[in-house]
Ligand binder design. Structure first.
Ligand SMILES: Cc1cc2nc3c(=O)[nH]c(=O)nc-3n(C[C@H](O)[C@H](O)[C@H](O)COP(=O)(O)OP(=O)(O)OC[C@H]3O[C@@H](n4cnc5c(N)ncnc54)[C@H](O)[C@@H]3O)c2cc1C
Length: 300
């Protein structure tokens, strides 16, 4: 069957995703002289680009900004000269003992696939967002992190909502809207946010409508049976994340457990870590997976 494939695109290992999990896996494989192709749709470093300050990664006693850590990961990754394609994986199939990884431009084949595709944001579905303001509505902050003098609303009450607020409040006014009174973020993030003069935290505000206004967005909330309106330049939904697995084809879904058991398929990092989504865990998953793959290759 293999001779039907373009031999250049036949790989022994493909890693999907270049965040901490995927890059750690690729770097550890490289240490064993095992070649792998890493496919990343955006930039090496992953979700951390959104992080204000990472304070729990060993080796950085004073913490490091998400952007700073990404730069270090990129330098480390580049130094290892790993084969990399910057393409979006649209489908992962498994046919006749081989994976087919399709991107928007190419088709690759591989015996082993490591999925390290992280998470995607949960989309606000309570109402339709008007087309006129769609370019002012975000689910992550990477594209507006350099904004200045804007009024930015954040919907949510978890770590991401408060972390985004701290990041953006350096040069903007930020209002965090919590739909009830429960706060789900680290006490440290909450305290820091309350101490910032540029952050306003509001509870019991349920978003009911978004519309266009002369400033940008008019956001209408219900607050104890009363309507409240806010004029915002941008709005960010930080209402949770879910595994990024849209590219899984039924041929993989149908034998998913078997592929995992037979160590043909590995799923690592945030994409499978549920609520324990942390950089150190993702990077650890990557290193561990590379070690398992190395052992398998030794057995062969
Ligand atoms: C605001 C914020 C603050 C955080 N702060 C901290 C912190 O202080 N400490 C900490 O430990 N963790 C923190 N995290 C969590 C940390 O960022 C994640 O745990 C870590 O990035 C997970 O790594 P990963 O490689 O599993 O996934 P990701 O970092 O999400 O990487 C997945 C990669 O896969 C790529 N990808 C996805 N789909 C495809 C596809 N179809 N084709 C090709 N490529 C694809 C993505 O572009 C991405 O680069 C924070 C996260 C956020 C959002």
């Amino acid at each position: 069957m293999k001779n039907l494939y373009n031999s250049i695109n036949q790989k022994s290992i493909i890693i999907i995703g270049g965040g901490p999990a995927g890059t750690a896996c690729a770097i550890q494989l490289k240490r064993y002289d095992i070649s792998a192709l890493l496919i990343e749709k955006s930039e090496i470093g992953g979700l951390l680009i959104n992080a204000n300050r990472v304070e729990n990664y060993l080796g950085f006693p004073d913490g490091i900004s998400g952007e700073g850590l990404i730069k270090k990961i990129q330098t480390h990754y580049k130094k290892n000269e790993i084969e990399t394609c910057f393409e979006n994986v649209v489908s992962l199939e498994y046919i006749e003992n081989n994976f087919i990884v399709r991107t928007e431009k190419n088709k690759y084949f591989s015996e082993i696939v490591v999925i390290a595709s992280g998470t995607k944001p949960k989309i606000f579905e309570n109402q339709k967002i008007p087309v006129a303001i769609i370019n002012k509505v975000f689910y992550e902050i990477k594209n507006i992190r350099r904004s200045q003098n804007q009024t930015i609303g954040i919907i949510g009450a978890g770590d991401a909502a408060f972390d985004y607020a701290l990041n953006l409040s350096k040069y903007n006014k930020v209002i965090i809207f919590n739909k009830n009174k429960t706060i789900k973020c680290l006490p440290l993030l909450f305290r820091q946010s309350l101490n910032s003069t540029n952050i306003t935290y509001l509870e019991n505000r349920k978003l009911i409508r978004l519309s266009e206004s002369e400033k940008g967005i008019r956001a209408k909330f219900i607050f104890f049976n009363k309507d409240e309106g806010y004029l915002l330049d941008y709005i960010i939904f930080a209402i949770g994340r879910e595994p990024e697995l849209d590219f899984l084809h039924s041929s993989v879904i149908n034998c998913y457990d078997e592929l995992l058991k037979n160590k043909k398929l590995f799923v690592i990092g945030d994409v499978k870590n549920g609520i324990t989504r942390q950089m150190s865990i993702a990077a650890g998953d990557g290193v561990k997976t590379a070690m398992i793959i190395k052992d398998m290759k030794n057995i062969k």
